[in-house]
Design a protein around this ligand. Structure first.
Ligand code: SF4
Length: 484
C-alpha cells in the first residue's frame, strides 16, 4: 500500500524547492542522508564505486578516472574521465557533487564561469530533476542502496583526499627515491619555470596595456584571492586605472565609493560590512556616469568568505593603493636595483595597508601574508618581465618571504613525496612555486590518469643522468622543467 506523500518545503537561498525524498516512509536507508563530503569520497575512491551506477537517463556509468580532487574554489573534481552508455562514450570534464540536485542552484554555480567545464553533476538524490547545461546527471542513491553491504559509515572522511590516495603516481615512483638535495633542486627548477612563464605573460600584458593598467589589473585580481579573483578582474576592466584616477583625482574616499558602486556592493549587507555613510553621497554624484557598467551583487562570492577576505574590505585596500602617486609600480621598478633584502622589504611596505576608515584602532586590510603573496605572484614576475631581476640570481630568490602554505602546494608535495616528506622541502618560496607549477602544468591538464604525462619521461631521463653522474654535485643541472 502506498503511503500518502509528505512534502517539506525548504526556504533557503534564492530558490524555493521541495525536497521529495521525504515522501517515502522512513527506513534504515532513507534516514541515512550522506554529507557532500561522503559523496565526494564515494566518487573519488574506486573501492566505493557502486557496480550499477547509471545516469538519470539510465545509461551505464563507468568511472575511469574520478578527476583531481580540487582543493580550491571551483568544481569538486577536475578532469574526470567517465565512460557513459553502451557502447561507451568516453567523456572528459569536471565534476560537481551535491546531496540534492537543486544544490546546483542554491550554491549559485549557474552564474559562475569556474563551473563552465562541469560535465558530470553527481548527486545523491534523483529528484526533483535539475538540468545543468552541458552536464550529465548521475544520481547515486539507487546504485548505493542496492549494493549489499555498502554503508556510508565505512567511509573515514578525514582520510580524504591525501591518505586515501589509491596509488602512487608514476612521477612519485621516480622522485621519492632521490636524495633530498635532488628533490629540492627539482622543485627549485620547477619554481624558476613558473616565474619564467609568468614573466612572459607579464611582458605581453604590459605591451598591450602599459605598466599602470597591467599592474592595477593584476593587483586587483590578487586582492580577490581566492574566491573573487574573476569579479575583481571584471571590476578593473570596468573601472580602469586611468578612469579611476581622473574621476577621483587621488582621493581614496571617492575611489572607494566608485569601486563599491560599480562593484554593485552598496546594497544591504551585514552590519560589520556596512560602508561608511559618506560613501552614498559620493556615489550619488558619480552614479549617472557609471551605473550602466555596474556589476551585480550576485557576481561576488560573499557566502562563507572570511571577513578579512570580503570584497568590501579588499576594495578599501584597492582604493588606498590605487590613488597613491606616483603609482607604486614605478617605485617598485626604481628600488629593484637595490640589494635584495632592501628592495624586498621596501616593496612589502608598499603593500601593507591599514583601513583609513576603521573606527578605533586601525585595522589592516592588507596584511603581511597577503603582501608576501602579492610580492611573489605579482611584483616579482613583473620585475622579471621588465628586466630588473635575473632568473639565475639566487640572492633575491633566497631572500623572498615565505608565502602562507596553500592546499594545492600541500597536495602536490604529498603526491610527489608521500606523507613523510621532510618539511624542509617546502621551506622555500621557489620550491613552493615549483609545486604549484607542477600541479598547474601537468596534473591539472592531464586527461590520461598520469599515463601520458610528459613529466614522467623527462624524470626518467633525469634519473638516468643522475645514476651516471653520481659524483656530480648537481646532476639536475641543465634539465628543463617545462613541458617538453
Ligand atoms: S599528472 Fe603527471 S605530475 Fe601529476 S601526478 Fe600524474 S604523473 Fe605526476
Amino acid at each position: 500500500m502506498k503511503t500518502k506523500p509528505m512534502t517539506v518545503t525548504i526556504r533557503e537561498g534564492p530558490t524555493e524547492w521541495t525536497e521529495w525524498w521525504v515522501r517515502e516512509p522512513r527506513s534504515a536507508h532513507t534516514t541515512e542522508v550522506p554529507s557532500e563530503r561522503h559523496l565526494q569520497c564515494v566518487w573519488y575512491d574506486p573501492m566505493f564505486h557502486p557496480p550499477n551506477l547509471h545516469t538519470a537517463q539510465n545509461e551505464p556509468v563507468e568511472i575511469e578516472h574520478p578527476g583531481q580532487w580540487n582543493l580550491e574554489a571551483g568544481p569538486d573534481f577536475l578532469g574526470a574521465v567517465v565512460r557513459i552508455g553502451h557502447p561507451p562514450r568516453r567523456i572528459v570534464g569536471d565534476v560537481e557533487v551535491h546531496v540534492h540536485p537543486a544544490d546546483w542552484l542554491r550554491h549559485a554555480h549557474r552564474e559562475d564561469p569556474a563551473y563552465s567545464n562541469v560535465r558530470f553533476h553527481v548527486t545523491y538524490f534523483d529528484d526533483p530533476p535539475m538540468e545543468v547545461p552541458g552536464a550529465i546527471w548521475i544520481p547515486m542513491r539507487s546504485a548505493l542502496r542496492s549494493w549489499a553491504g555498502f554503508t556510508f559509515e565505512a567511509i573515514d572522511v578525514t582520510a580524504y583526499p591525501y591518505a586515501a590516495r589509491s596509488k602512487v603516481p608514476p612521477c612519485a615512483e621516480l622522485v621519492r627515491n632521490w636524495p633530498v638535495a635532488a628533490q629540492e633542486e627539482f622543485l627549485h627548477r620547477a619554481g624558476v619555470e613558473r616565474l619564467r612563464s609568468r614573466a612572459a605573460q607579464w611582458a605581453h600584458r604590459v605591451a598591450i596595456l602599459g605598466v599602470e593598467e597591467a599592474v592595477y589589473t593584476e593587483f586587483m585580481a590578487a586582492l580577490g584571492y581566492k574566491r573573487n579573483q574573476a569579479p575583481m578582474r571584471w571590476l578593473a576592466r570596468r573601472v580602469p586605472w586611468s578612469a579611476l584616477n581622473s574621476e577621483c583625482e587621488g582621493d581614496p574616499e571617492r575611489a572607494y565609493a566608485l569601486l563599491m558602486g560599480v562593484a554593485g556592493l552598496l546594497g544591504p549587507t551585514r552590519p560589520e560590512m556596512a560602508p561608511p555613510r559618506w560613501i552614498w553621497d559620493l556615489w550619488w554624484k558619480m552614479r549617472a556616469r557609471w551605473e550602466a557598467c555596474a556589476l551585480s551583487r550576485s557576481t561576488w562570492h560573499l557566502d562563507s568568505t572570511r571577513p578579512l577576505n570580503r570584497p568590501e574590505l579588499r576594495l578599501r585596500a584597492a582604493a588606498v593603493w590605487c590613488t597613491r602617486s606616483p603609482m607604486p609600480a614605478w617605485e617598485w621598478l626604481r628600488i629593484a636595483d637595490e640589494s635584495p633584502s632592501h628592495w624586498i622589504e621596501q616593496i612589502v611596505q608598499t603593500l601593507l595597508i591599514s583601513d583609513p576608515w576603521a573606527a578605533g584602532a586601525a585595522r589592516r586590510v592588507l596584511g603581511p601574508d597577503r603582501a608576501a603573496a602579492i610580492l611573489v605572484n605579482v611584483v616579482v614576475p613583473f620585475l622579471i618581465s621588465q628586466g630588473r631581476l635575473e632568473l639565475d640570481d639566487a640572492r633575491w630568490m633566497e631572500a623572498l618571504p615565505l608565502e602562507v602554505t596553500n592546499s594545492i602546494e600541500r597536495e602536490m608535495a604529498y603526491r610527489l613525496f608521500g606523507p613523510d616528506h621532510p618539511p624542509s622541502l617546502r621551506r622555500s618560496t621557489l620550491r613552493r612555486q615549483g609545486l604549484l607549477h607542477l600541479f598547474h602544468e601537468y596534473c591539472l591538464v592531464d586527461r590520461t590518469n598520469c599515463q601520458e604525462c610528459p613529466i614522467v619521461p623527462w624524470l626518467k631521463k633525469a634519473q638516468r643522468k643522475f645514476a651516471h653522474m653520481a659524483h656530480d654535485p648537481n646532476p639536475l643541472r641543465g634539465i628543463p622543467t617545462a613541458r617538453p
